[in-house]
Design a protein around this ligand. Structure first.
Ligand SMILES: *Cc1c(COP(=O)(O)O)cnc(C)c1O
Length: 361
């Protein structure tokens, strides 16, 4: 696998990032949204994959989106000259000036930002006006859009104006809110000639009528399914992150023995278990229950007992496993979506946690 090895030097668990898979997944985005330009979302250190690695691999994207100003400045400092957008925008006038200086576009989602822009008269920057079409997190009421646009047009520091909104429920294609959000966005968009953007990964795949000029995929680039009930493989996406760790002990158990903290799992037959050197300090979810799959020697084994800080245990039965064999916690064989679903969370969280634990760049 053409991977960038990027595990933490102090841990036995290792993360690797398959940059060719990242590029493949970008092509899948272009397949699903052939008419739109692609703004690759690489916030939160590219969902844990390392923002520099990801930005380098995704050089065929038309722009990059970050959550915060400091993330965009980090890319500029590393020499990236692509178009950048900060999805949460600036928090104060210093940040605003830095964005303009480095020609980074900003979202404006709140009156406090508009007020700062109205006082600002430095280098012009591009602004994406954020509309709250139904998520009720960030953005202006659509009915206020004409007024906001008038104010933005009067700002000497504003270059291009564009429109942006975000879905609350696009991971469920037939959720009623999706259509109402799209209609509300189109209504505003029709009265202006602005470029527009709505679609995250799930809408890239499931809501083609929301593609507009720019799509903003995140999770699908990293090879995880954005849709409830559809696997990444079905959508032609390839896993990018692999989390692996070696077996550090193999143990014979007798019926009635229990494994790990809290003695949560007890075997009702004689069996063997392997202890693997990955735990929640490596970003593996502590809430993964017994039975969560782990790949060893070409077989799927099941977790047993609680996840520890630096280790976890799997039942081997008769499987021939020795100290030093490498287990895959997620990657090619075990999808991160499956582990996330076992642990009652989403892949986004596991990818970010594992990436943070390994300090990828
Ligand atoms: C994170 C984010 C995205 C990407 O979402 P995915 O579900 O990862 O595709 C797009 N737009 C905004 C505003 C975001 O915050």
């Amino acid at each position: 696998m053409p991977a960038t090895p990027a595990g933490s030097a102090t841990r036995l668990a290792q993360l690797s990032i398959d940059t060719a898979a990242l590029q493949h997944n970008l092509q899948r985005v272009k397949h699903f949204a052939p008419q739109s330009r692609v703004m690759a979302v690489i916030k939160a250190n590219a969902y844990g994959h390392g923002v520099i690695t990801a930005a380098r691999a995704l050089d065929e994207a038309d722009a990059f989106a970050l959550a915060m100003t400091a993330e965009a400045l980090q890319l500029r400092a590393a020499g990236f000259e692509q178009r950048l957008l900060v999805l949460q925008g600036f928090q104060n006038s210093d940040e605003l000036a830095q964005l303009a200086e480095h020609q980074i576009a900003t979202v404006v989602h709140h009156e406090s930002q508009l007020a700062l822009l109205e006082k600002y008269s430095g280098t012009k920057l591009d602004v994406w006006l954020k509309l709250d079409t139904g998520m009720h997190r960030l953005g202006f009421e659509p009915a206020l859009a004409p007024q906001m646009v008038t104010r933005l047009r009067a700002c000497s520091g504003v270059a291009q104006i564009r429109l942006i909104s975000h879905f609350a429920n696009a991971d469920v294609i037939d959720n009623n809110l999706n259509i109402s959000q799209i209609e509300s966005f189109i209504k505003v968009n029709n009265s202006f000639e602005f470029e527009a953007s709505m679609a995250n990964s799930s809408a890239v795949v499931g809501l083609p009528q929301s593609h507009f000029d720019w799509v903003r995929p995140g999770i699908m680039l990293y090879g995880s399914s954005p849709l409830v009930g559809r696997s990444a493989a079905e959508l032609g996406l390839k896993p990018v992150m692999t989390l692996q760790a070696p077996v550090i002990a193999v143990k014979q158990l007798r019926a009635g023995d229990s494994v790990g903290y809290g003695s949560l799992w007890t075997c009702n037959h004689d069996t063997r278990v392997a202890c693997i050197a990955a735990g929640y300090a490596d970003g593996y979810p502590r809430h993964a229950p017994s039975g969560t799959p782990v790949q060893l020697k070409g077989q799927r084994c099941g977790l047993v007992g609680r996840i520890s800080m630096d280790s976890l245990c799997v039942e081997l039965g008769d499987l021939d496993v020795a100290v030093g064999d490498i287990a895959e916690l997620w990657g090619q064989h075990i999808s991160v979506d499956e582990v996330a679903s076992c642990a009652g969370t989403i892949s986004y969280e596991l990818l970010c946690q594992a990436g943070n634990a390994a300090n990828l760049v």
